[in-house]
Unconditional design. Structure first.
Length: 319
C-alpha cells in the first residue's frame, strides 16, 4: 500500500512540475508580445539599477507589479513527545502565490493575493492495531486549503514611502485530505504597515482567521500569521533580509503549543531570462519556539517569482 501511495505522489509532483513549466512558458510568451511594461524600470537605465529596482518592487507587499510566486517549504518537524528524536520527519509543501494589484483610482489600489497549496506532504500519527497499543507515523500527500487576501491600499501619491493596506482575509477548506487542511471556512482582518527607503524596507503583514462554518466534526480554529518584512538591497539585484512567519494557534490547549517563532535569513536575486524578470530566493529558518507535537523546527525555503505584464491596465474608475 505504501508503495502505491509513493507512486501516486510521484505522479502528482510530475503533474505539478508540468503545470509550473507551462505557467512560466505562458509568462515568457506574454512578455514577448507585450508593449506596455508599467512598473518595470526602463531598459535605458543601468542594468544593475534596473534589477535592484525590480527587487524592491517585488519585495514591496503593496507594490504595483503583477507576479506569480512559487514557494517550496521543507520543514523538519518534531515528533510527539515520547517518540525518539530519530523519528523526526519532513513536512514539505508547494505554494502558488500570485500578486494581482489593480488601480481603482489614481490614489487607491486593490491588492488580491491568493495562496494555493498545490501539495502538502505531511506526517501524522496513526494507531497500529496489529502490534498492540503502539503509535506509528504515517504520511499523506494532498492538496491543501486556499487562502485569499484582499487589501485596499493608498498609492504613493497619498502616503509617499509608507506602505499601508487593510482588508479581509479568508481560508477555504479545499484540502483533499483531513491531514492537509482544517476543514473550516475562516475569515478575519488583515493589514500591512511599513516603510520603503532607498536601500531597505521594513514592514509587517498580519492576518488573523476565525472559523465560522465547515465540517462540524472538525475542531474550531482561531489562528494568526504575522510576517515581518525586513530587507537590505544591494547592487545588481541582490538583497538579504529576515525570513519566516510568526504563527499563533489561539485554540491550543497548552501555552507552549500556541506559538511558532522563527529566526531566519534569506538571500534573493533578480535575474532576467530574455525579457522575463524573475526573482530567485533561498532562505533558512530555525524555530526556537514551536509546538511539541509535530511543530516546525527547521525550514529550507526556495522561492521563484516571475513578473508578468499587467492584464488590467489603467484606472478602473476615472482617468
Amino acid at each position: 500500500m505504501r508503495k502505491d501511495k509513493t507512486k501516486t505522489g510521484d505522479k502528482k509532483r510530475r503533474a505539478i512540475c508540468f503545470v509550473l513549466a507551462l505557467i512560466l512558458l505562458v509568462a515568457s510568451e506574454l512578455w514577448a508580445g507585450e508593449d506596455s511594461t508599467a512598473g518595470i524600470p526602463p531598459e535605458g537605465e543601468p542594468h544593475e539599477k534596473s534589477l535592484t529596482e525590480l527587487n524592491k518592487k517585488l519585495t514591496n507587499p503593496v507594490g504595483n507589479l503583477w507576479s506569480l510566486s512559487f514557494q517550496q517549504n521543507n520543514y523538519v518537524v518534531d515528533p510527539e513527545p515520547g517518540i525518539p528524536k530519530k523519528e523526526e520527519r519532513w513536512n514539505t509543501n508547494l505554494q502558488f502565490q500570485p500578486m494581482i494589484p489593480i488601480a481603482l483610482t489614481e490614489n487607491w489600489n486593490l491588492l488580491t493575493r491568493p495562496v494555493i497549496q498545490f501539495f502538502n506532504s505531511t506526517p501524522y500519527l496513526q494507531e497500529n492495531l496489529q502490534s498492540g497499543p503502539k503509535v506509528d507515523i504515517g504520511r499523506t500527500t494532498a492538496f491543501g486549503d486556499i487562502i485569499l487576501m484582499e487589501h485596499l491600499s493608498p498609492s504613493p501619491k497619498l502616503v509617499g514611502n509608507w506602505l499601508l493596506g487593510v482588508g479581509p482575509t479568508f481560508i477555504f477548506p479545499t484540502a483533499s485530505s483531513d491531514y492537509t487542511g482544517q476543514g473550516k471556512y475562516q475569515v478575519g482582518p488583515s493589514a500591512i504597515v511599513g516603510y520603503m527607503a532607498k536601500k531597505w524596507i521594513l514592514a509587517a503583514f498580519v492576518q488573523d482567521w476565525l472559523s465560522f462554518a465547515g465540517n462540524s466534526r472538525r475542531m474550531n480554529t482561531h489562528q494568526m500569521n504575522l510576517q515581518p518584512i525586513a530587507a537590505y538591497f544591494f547592487r545588481q539585484g541582490w538583497s538579504i533580509g529576515y525570513s519566516g512567519n510568526i504563527l499563533a494557534n489561539w485554540e491550543a490547549e497548552k501555552g507552549r503549543d500556541v506559538w511558532t517563532v522563527p529566526l531566519g535569513l534569506g538571500i534573493n536575486k533578480v535575474v532576467k531570462f530574455g525579457k522575463l524578470p524573475v526573482k530567485i530566493g533561498i532562505a533558512g529558518q530555525f524555530m526556537p519556539v514551536h509546538p511539541d507535537t509535530f511543530g516546525q523546527r527547521w525550514n529550507i525555503q526556495l522561492q521563484i517569482t516571475p513578473v508578468i505584464p499587467k492584464l488590467i491596465k489603467g484606472n478602473l474608475f476615472g482617468d
